[in-house]
Design a protein around this ligand. Structure first.
Ligand code: ZN
Length: 415
């Protein structure tokens, strides 16, 4: 038998409001109805909107980021019913291709306001800023960050199966306990986003489903044991992901496609966010959860990646001593932050603003690694930046560097 034509299992219209498209949803809940069905081994295309459902425009102002409504995100395509998948199985998702939408060959990367989403460096860069990236085949460049061009490693930020009601209850309980604890000790930061009825969207769900999803639908921001917003840049073409299946039919949802992202996705809207189309093939390993003692997803990266050569990374080291000189005990979070801040200070010498570099570090193909987490009291992380993404020489040299960059990224009005 010859090969079948590839069917588009889910369409997502760029010109219709996201919340009017019943094949999409923006919360995790077992009762959200399946919006498509695939056979095992069938290759299908799935169209997606960008994570915000079109709230961000191709313009030179970061106001749309500053006022972005985060109760609406993420708009996901699905849930897809996989024929024959049963609770306890493992779903294998092979990504055959990921592309931007032909109608929209651009994306954006941005810094969220400290009071609306924030990001890894929001104590240092609390205000919104944005960069638009134009796609040119596999490459991208930005009028808001001159002097840089690199190939994308296109991937979905979010893939995951429907949670069971039991698992959803576990998530909601443990996250509510975390929020309550931080409330009790006076933490000002938002430490988790609990279910929120505002703009909760249950796809084709009826009134009863909508009510349940408003009340208890898990937000899509964190990755959890079903997958979700893992933001792993290597889940690109040719990769295989293994997800625990909690309900019959699996209920795979996909969204938040990225043209490129650095390890850590540090500015939160930190990848080059785009609307796109992904080609997938689903298969099932019967009883895989028990046989492989699976708790969290696993994956095999694809064989196609941008290639910079091992000696073409300028690698910044970070230790668990914070910017005030305080010693912390093996704190990897603080160590990675120090590596990021050192990259920013180094490249500011070429004339870039801190915001431009914060954005660049989020979305360029940088590699974050754990070097050591045993040498008390300091954790040691590394941040490798491929120097060939810059169209100028940037390796360390005597005499320092000349200022060559003179323009900034998009800022908010009044800045
Ligand atoms: Zn994203």
């Amino acid at each position: 038998m010859g090969k079948q034509a590839i069917r588009t299992a889910i369409k997502a219209d760029l010109n219709t409001p996201a919340w009017e498209q019943p094949q999409l949803h923006n919360r995790w809940h077992p009762d959200i109805p399946f919006s498509a069905k695939v056979a095992q081994g069938e290759v299908v295309k799935v169209e997606t909107l960008d994570w915000t459902g079109g709230q961000v425009g191709n313009n030179d102002s970061a106001d749309d980021i500053k006022y972005c409504d985060l109760s609406r995100i993420h708009y996901l395509s699905g849930p897809i019913e996989v024929e024959g998948a049963k609770a306890g199985d493992v779903l294998v998702v092979e990504i055959q291709d990921v592309q931007p939408r032909a109608e929209q060959p651009w994306g954006y990367c941005a810094i969220f306001d400290k009071n609306n989403g924030g990001g890894f460096l929001d104590d240092h860069y609390p205000e919104s800023a944005k960069a638009i990236w134009d796609f040119e085949g596999i490459f991208c460049s930005s009028r808001h960050i001159p002097g840089v061009r690199f190939p994308g490693l296109i991937h979905p930020g979010i893939m995951g199966c429907k949670p069971s009601k039991e698992l959803l209850d576990v998530w909601n309980k443990r996250e509510a306990e975390l929020v309550a604890y931080h409330h009790s000790i006076g933490t000002e930061r938002t430490v988790a986003n609990l279910p929120n009825p505002s703009y909760a969207f249950a796809g084709a769900g009826d009134e009863t489903v909508i009510e349940a999803v408003k009340k208890e639908g898990a937000r899509t921001i964190p990755p959890r044991e079903h997958g979700g917003n893992c933001d792993i840049k290597n889940l690109s073409r040719g990769s295989k992901s293994y997800f625990p299946v909690y309900v019959d039919g699996a209920g795979l949802s996909i969204g938040d496609l990225h043209f490129s992202q650095g390890d850590g996705e540090i500015s939160f809207c930190g990848a080059i966010e785009m609307a796109g189309v992904i080609t997938i093939k689903c298969e099932v390993i019967k009883n895989g959860m028990k046989d492989m003692k699976m708790k969290n997803p696993m994956y095999i990266p694809g064989p196609v990646e941008p290639h910079f050569g091992p000696s073409r990374y300028l690698t910044f080291e970070g230790l668990s001593v914070d910017e005030h000189g305080k010693q912390h005990y093996l704190d990897v979070n603080i160590a990675y932050k120090q590596a990021c801040l050192q990259f920013i200070e180094y490249f500011k010498k070429f004339g870039y603003s801190g915001e431009q570099l914060y954005i660049l570090l989020s979305c360029a193909p940088v590699q974050g690694h754990l070097a050591a987490i045993v040498d008390i009291p300091n954790a040691c992380t590394t941040l490798g930046v491929p120097v060939d993404i810059f169209d100028f020489e940037c390796l360390p040299k005597e005499g320092g560097f000349k200022k060559i960059i003179e323009s900034n990224c998009a800022l908010t009005s009044g800045n």
